[in-house]
Design a protein. Structure first.
Length: 252
């Protein structure tokens, strides 16, 4: 399913969700200014609020999205991807569509470390046993200590949201397999204006992975958010997305 808002806008802004999330991840907090300025598209992955389609890896998913969405857009496109969605956006950049104007990567790098693959392998086993337990464990790794101290029911909330968007665990397992099968994303060297937003407490990002992005993206900037973990405060996240796109509006 593709949700599109403000179709008559001159430019298009497309959001790609984190793993095991649907578009409510964005729609709950998106600023009105973005909805008014852009045609905004919230993309639901296969199996989330739509039929499941078997896709073996990120390249297949990127080609599927290119045919389903991107090739039908003839205006400038801005891509925003969070975690799993950020890995996907890097594959979309490799498609070399001339009208991709900028990209925002959030909480992701361009290679998957062994420790993260091990974590995902464990999560796959947990999902076979108990989806509620899967959501609790994933929340523990994704959120910072303060988030849990303020709201110890984060895992239950995620489980409740997930049950509203998928009929079973199959779409999540497909997403985990996509990440596990990824070693390093060889982005074709390009000048696309790109920003990476990440939290200082994000366990999934280190300096080596950040440095490697510079090998491929010639016009890359970083925004490190002190005290934030893998799941970043939505207000801070959207503030920096908005500022980046505002600067893009006046870029030559």
């Amino acid at each position: 399913m593709v949700q599109s808002i403000n179709k008559n806008a001159d430019e298009c802004l497309i959001f790609f969700n984190p793993m095991s999330s649907d578009s409510r991840f964005w729609t709950t907090n998106i600023p009105r200014e973005l909805l008014e300025r852009f045609e905004v598209i919230f993309y639901e992955y296969p199996g989330y609020n739509r039929p499941f389609i078997k896709l073996e890896n990120f390249k297949e998913l990127a080609r599927f999205i290119d045919k389903e969405v991107l090739e039908n857009i003839h205006k400038p496109i801005h891509l925003v991807g969070y975690s799993y969605g950020g890995l996907l956006v890097q594959h979309l950049l490799n498609l070399n569509r001339h009208n991709i104007k900028s990209a925002v990567l959030i909480a992701c790098a361009n290679r998957i470390l062994a420790r993260d693959k091990e974590l995902l392998s464990v999560l796959k086993k947990v999902s076979d046993v108990d989806m509620y337990l899967f959501c609790r464990v994933l929340s523990l790794f994704s959120h910072g200590y303060e988030d849990f101290n303020k709201n110890p029911l984060i895992g239950l909330q995620k489980f409740s949201n997930l049950k509203l968007s998928i009929p079973d665990k199959v779409p999540i397992i497909q997403q985990m397999n996509h990440i596990i099968r990824t070693a390093r994303i060889e982005i074709q060297k390009q000048p696309t204006r790109t920003m990476l937003i990440y939290g200082s407490e994000d366990r999934m990002i280190d300096m080596d992975t950040l440095d490697s992005l510079h090998e491929y993206l010639e016009n890359l900037s970083f925004k490190k958010l002190t005290g934030e973990a893998h799941i970043i405060d939505p207000a801070k996240m959207f503030h920096h997305i908005h500022q980046f796109l505002k600067e893009e509006e006046y870029a030559i």
